[in-house]
Design a protein around this ligand. Structure first.
Ligand SMILES: [Zn+2]
Length: 209
């Protein structure tokens, strides 16, 4: 169970890391060009595109089964950099249309529901997506680092107080001045004593003989 959890966490972290890299690439590119991934089906289209520091999701829900000459499936397009704006406002409006507009610090949601179809657009700044994608890799790195430090402290390689590397100066921490506790079974001094005592005993026996 613990092993399975570890595999799941590692897989999720790897996926998050790939996502973070992809988002970062799209983010940087979004200022010079717009990457657009469009999925067309009989029920309309959905698209993901970049626009100057933002990720834009577009959805059109309509009946496209009778639509002639429109290739269905996934399509990639590249365009010049675009600034996300509420283009739904420019579409032909009818008195019965239901419009939704929500904007907050770079996030936005616009939708227009007509008698025939629904068209919607969601906007989110790339920094927010990068932050979300970065949560797992950052947490994973911190946990790994802490576990490594814990192991090193147990081995007496690090200061118990400030975590400074004591391999060069095992008797006193040059960073905070604390002296490793000799009675601590994990401290360097104690570990050394364990190694040195049998050696001393061996040597003393040699001398007596
Ligand atoms: Zn210290």
């Amino acid at each position: 169970m613990k092993r399975l959890r570890k595999i799941l966490v590692n897989t999720a972290t790897a996926i998050s890391l790939v996502l973070l890299i992809a988002v970062s690439v799209l983010w940087v590119r979004s200022y010079s060009l717009s990457d657009q991934f469009i999925w067309k089906s009989k029920t309309g289209w959905r698209s993901l595109s970049s626009g100057t520091g933002h990720l834009i999701v577009n959805v059109l829900v309509t009946d496209w089964s009778e639509r002639p000459g429109s290739p269905l499936g996934l399509e990639y397009r590249r365009d010049q950099a675009i600034v996300p704006f509420n283009y739904l406002m420019d579409l032909n409006t009818d008195a019965t249309d239901i419009d939704t507009t929500w904007e907050w610090h770079g996030f936005a949601w616009y939708s227009k529901r007509t008698t025939r179809d629904l068209i919607a657009m969601g906007v989110a700044p790339f920094w927010s997506i990068a932050m979300l994608a970065g949560v797992l890799p950052t947490g994973w790195t911190i946990l790994r680092w802490r576990s490594k430090m814990r192991t090193r402290r147990k081995r007496g390689e690090c200061c118990m107080k400030c975590g400074y590397d004591l391999r060069a100066t095992p008797n006193r921490c040059p960073e905070c001045g604390s002296v490793p506790n000799a009675s601590d079974p994990h401290s360097t001094l104690q570990l050394r004593a364990k190694v040195e005592r049998p050696q001393a005993l061996y040597l003393s026996r040699q001398i007596i003989r």
